[in-house]
Design a protein around this ligand. Structure first.
Ligand SMILES: [Fe+2]
Ligand SMILES: [Fe+2]
Length: 364
């Protein structure tokens, strides 16, 4: 097994010098109204103050397992690899190594996403038109800073920080660069946050690493507030938008999802998996074909564990940004990705009424 990983970059022992620049030109808004206009948002701000935590003080960094199960399930291109006979019979040491590297790849993207969230939340302080949202966005900026801190620390245990995948990079650029306050809210609070929250919920249940569990408990508590902010605020304003503004916001959300589900992104994850298989002496093409044939035969190929379907689309529907026009576009997108994927229009689940309970109130 070679230790050289051409995709990953070595973990720097100081902050990397590499930069990514995005031009922005938003209008900063002062509000002279200091009294609360939206109690539901002011309450979330107060809750954020109550729930602040300190990454280095409140987490037990010594409690991590040496070779934990980071996640027990992973789906690539709609194929739940963990259900295959191949995966179940794989040598436990090799399985742990593949899992460590694949999780490192995903967590690196989460880390880059957290940095994007920190930049965008700080923009929201400027562009939000009312004081309640500015105060909340200020707490969100601190929350995201903590998330960057914990995930970068945790990644040191995995050994590598991988490059950002092109689709996620593009979405972050779009949300960072847009001049529209509404589009920033939809892109950040609904699409990016919703996806992250759903993923964290699953990993928190699946992992047996006490440190990762504890970390995701605290991070998810923050993310649940961020998504709740998006839902509460957007629910209040979407029905007041003109048709053109509403369509524009729908298109922005759709474009963000399209980029995240771009085959080039899926390919990067599949490519990563193939490289890992090659490293442990397997023929990637032959292994993939075997897994595909077995699971396809069982009807087991589809979009399971898809955070977009799980939380993002139900949220768009709830806040009034899922017209029939855009639902058809989502259907085409999902069905182009994996044959046999059920139409979005048939999904009827609501986003959870209490996001905090949904993400935290489960055993695991
Ligand atoms: Fe975050
Ligand atoms: Fe967040």
């Amino acid at each position: 097994m070679s230790e050289v990983d051409p995709v990953a970059q070595p973990l720097p022992d100081r902050m990397p010098i590499r930069t990514r620049e995005v031009e922005t030109a938003y209008t900063a808004i002062y509000s002279w109204n200091y009294t609360s206009e939206f109690d539901k948002i002011r309450n979330l701000y107060a809750k954020a103050l109550d729930q602040q935590w300190h990454a280095m003080r409140d987490l037990d960094w010594e409690s991590a397992h040496r070779a934990p199960n980071y996640v027990t399930s992973f789906t690539v291109d709609g194929v739940p690899v963990h259900r295959s006979t191949f995966w179940k019979e794989l040598d436990p040491m090799l399985k742990a190594e593949v899992q460590r590297r694949l999780f490192g790849h995903t967590l690196s993207n989460i880390l880059h996403g957290e940095q994007g969230a920190m930049l965008i939340a700080s923009q929201l302080v400027n562009v939000a038109p009312d004081m309640d949202s500015k105060l909340f966005a200020a707490t969100q900026t601190v929350d995201e800073a903590r998330h960057v801190e914990v995930f970068s620390n945790y990644l040191q245990r995995l050994g590598k920080i991988n490059k950002i995948t092109p689709g996620l990079g593009q979405v972050l650029d779009d949300v960072t660069g847009t001049t529209s306050w509404l589009h920033k809210m939809v892109g950040m609070q609904v699409v990016i946050e919703g996806m992250a929250l759903s993923y964290f919920r699953r990993v928190r249940v699946e992992t047996d690493d006490p440190l990762l569990k504890q970390m995701l408990h605290l991070v998810s508590q923050d993310e649940a507030r961020h998504v709740a902010f998006g839902i509460r605020y957007l629910q209040g304003i979407v029905h007041k938008l003109s048709d053109a503004e509403r369509s524009g916001a729908e298109d922005f959300a759709f474009e963000a999802v399209r980029r995240l589900k771009d085959p080039a992104v899926d390919r990067s994850i599949r490519q990563k998996l193939f490289e890992l298989w090659e490293m442990i002496g397997l023929d990637p093409g032959e292994t993939w074909a075997r897994i595909w044939a077995e699971l396809k035969g069982q009807g087991g190929v589809g979009h399971e564990n898809d955070p977009i379907r799980d939380l993002v689309i139900p949220t768009l529907r709830k806040i009034g940004l899922l017209s029939t026009r855009i639902e058809v576009a989502f259907d085409q997108l999902f069905q182009a990705g994996t044959s046999g994927s059920q139409a979005i229009s048939l999904d009827r689940q609501e986003p959870p009424a209490d996001l905090h309970a949904w993400v935290i109130g489960q055993e695991g």
